[in-house]
Design a protein around this ligand. Structure first.
Ligand code: NAD
Length: 270
């Protein structure tokens, strides 16, 4: 077998139905395009019908397969309707990618109850119940892969991200619970933890004169990542190449957790 054929057979997403929340976001849209290019049928779920239609067209114009589903994760009714609609359209869901998420940077002493509730509702409660709804179908099918979007903030905190960090730490714990409880149904669950990636969610930080310098020093590779740099790991977790990988979180952070950029020291090498 040629290398191309072997790799294509292991990493191919041909025939897989992927329900993807937060599809039109900075990271989401790149992963959805990568999934479609790898052969998947991508069910694009997000809040804005116009943005969904644009992404769907972009994917189908490039020869990929995608359909749009409007979803507001703060509404339990919407979650059920969206999952029912995807099952109605495809008959099954092989992969659920929970990518939708929000943040608002505020100090612990400033956060209002409404801000707290909104971040919790989208990042944790919505993710929990859409996973439960999809899990019921995967259980019957006796197979499935759930991929949860965690964050560097699942483990390392930044100032002003207390609620966001709490939700992302919880998402990591929840991923392990899914892996443990659902393994007997043939369902795997893993998390991706991007470090600092340039998207609409983070431009506020990267355009800031002092915070952007602070962050670059904490990344060994000295730069933020791009949404395209998340795609490879996302394909790995959705594909059969990761058939024995469950309950894990993969950090994609340019060496941020490893310790960041070292302080100056004498060396004969640059
Ligand atoms: N950008 C980063 O540096 C970074 C780092 C770590 C983790 N993440 C995580 O990656 C994911 C995507 O982040 P991004 O940077 O692309 O952000 P983004 O703001 O570009 O995308 C988030 C998406 O979630 C959708 N969304 C928000 N509320 C929703 C709701 N109620 N119902 C359904 N969809 C909703 C938005 O419409 C948007 O398309 C998030 O979970 C985020 O926490 C991002």
């Amino acid at each position: 077998m040629s290398i191309e054929k072997y790799l294509a057979s292991v990493f191919s997403l041909e025939g897989k139905v992927i329900l993807f929340t937060g599809a039109t976001g900075g990271i989401g849209r790149e992963i959805c395009k990568g999934y479609a290019q790898s052969g998947a049928d991508v069910a694009l779920a997000d809040m804005d019908a116009t943005k969904l239609a644009e992404l769907e067209r972009e994917i189908t114009d490039a020869g990929g397969k995608a359909k749009s589903f409007v979803l507001d994760l703060t509404k339990m009714d919407d979650i059920k309707k969206c999952v029912d609609a995807v099952i109605g359209a495809y008959g099954r869901i092989d992969v659920l990618f929970n990518c939708a998420g929000i943040n608002k940077r505020e100090g612990l002493l400033d956060v209002s109850e409404s801000t707290y509730d909104r971040i919790m509702q989208i990042n944790l409660k919505g993710l929990y119940f859409i996973s439960q709804e999809v899990g019921k179908h995967m259980r019957v099918a006796k197979k499935g892969s759930v991929i949860n979007m965690a964050s560097h903030n699942s483990v390392g905190m930044l100032g002003g991200c207390s609620v966001y960090g709490a939700t992302k730490s919880a998402v990591t714990a929840l991923t392990r619970s899914m892996a443990v409880e659902w393994a007997k149904f043939g369902i795997r669950a893993n998390a991706l933890a991007p470090g600092h990636i340039i998207t609409p969610l983070t431009t506020v930080t990267w355009e800031h004169p002092t915070r952007s310098v602070y962050l670059k020093e904490r990344i060994a590779m000295g730069r933020p990542g791009t949404p395209e740099e998340i795609v490879g790991a996302a394909i790995l977790l959705a594909s059969d190449a990761s058939s024995y990988l469950s309950g894990m979180m993969i950090h994609i952070d340019g060496g941020c957790l490893a310790g960041g950029a070292p302080w100056d020291f004498d060396t004969k090498f640059d």
